[in-house]
Design a protein. Sequence first.
Length: 452
Amino acid sequence: MSAQRSALILACALALASTRAWATNLLSNGGFTGSLSGWTAQPAGSAFHDATTGLHGLGAARTVAGAGQTVQLTQCVTAVPGGMYDAQAYCRLSAAQDSATRCGIHVEWYAGNSCDSGFIVRRWSNQVTPADGWERASLRVRAPGGAHSVRLALWNSASSTPNSGSNAHHDLASLDLVLKGDLDNDDATDVVLRRTPPSNGHYVWFMDGTTRIGSEVALTPLQTDPFLVLGGVDEFTGDGRSDLVFQQTFSGAIEIWAMQGAKRLGEPQPVNVLPASNQWRVTATGHFNDDVTGSADLVLRNLTTQKLEVWMMDGPQRLSVKVPTPDQATDGNWRLVGAADFDQDAHTDFLWYNASTGKVVIWLLDAALVRTSGQFTNPDSAGDASWIVVGAGDYGVGVGGSLGTADILWRNSVSGKLVVWHMDTAGNRTAGLFTTPDAPVNPLDWNVVGPR
Ligand SMILES: [Ca+2]
Ligand SMILES: [Ca+2]
Ligand SMILES: [Ca+2]
């Protein structure tokens, strides 16, 4: 083994040992290290394993297309309806091919469980030409409502002009679920807590379902400004890891912290527009643009007028403002406490908590942010006014388990204990579970501030 290669393997082992945290590849054998295991070639016999021609000189897949032919290597995995996905692979075409030859990836969504029935839609990445060399083909796309499986295809199309046939290499294919509130992108939603004054320090519980992994982890830098409050935990930067939204309560100014786990990357990124007054508070996050996927968006609620606005974002850049219909709740007792796609129709919905009655309502929204129904959850409250909704996120246990439906996170203001309501897509509580542990040490010294 060369020194270079053993150093690479050692680096990989260290990366795995030091953190659980990196994109979870839903595909098997995306690096083609020893074979094409896990992949299906169409037509059969059009793909080969190549041990040394990969992006880093390791394994790659090679597809050979005849003139006018498209060949592909595919793999099918379970999908979460309405879930956000990052798909990518590197491909490279022989420089001898004509410029009409292409390679890239696409994803196909199916209602069936194994990509064999109920085709819904196909989405394409950018396309790579012979002049590009190794090039990343990628797309971020939201699973349509009702999509239960997804097929990723590495494809290679030869020109229709007669030639020797296209010859493409493919490497490092991945398909990653992008979950709101998942700071380390391990496909498990995390919890952000803030210590009560005078500490104000922000900490992360990295979770596996409803169980905390290890101890709480302090943000780096530890954010202790009493006038900088968390507005949400969601993905704004394109790397699949959730980021933090902070808002200055005096000015209303909003900033995004690009995160790698609990560590901030670079400086805070100021949002380019200041709210019209400091009464506008970022109260939830989610994806509200169904056509252009990418950055999460911000939901703002005015503490005085109760009005709502959704700021359509591209990272820290506000692109436009959408006003939902209706544009406010009936009275100020209703707090918008979260946004998630509760019915899995690929449109993000609003979660409301009534601070006076303790009741919980979900507004189902359509693509135009028009409320199509407003319904109490079942049960409609925790039955004890000391339980308060503090967040919304998916605290299921993995694809194929219960991951995929949005859940409601509660905190008891007397005991400080935390409970997750697992929900089904009809607004019914299917289970109510204490987190593990069920509270921080000195439970009343902490509040849960996200995700929501
Ligand atoms: Ca996580
Ligand atoms: Ca990010
Ligand atoms: Ca929905």
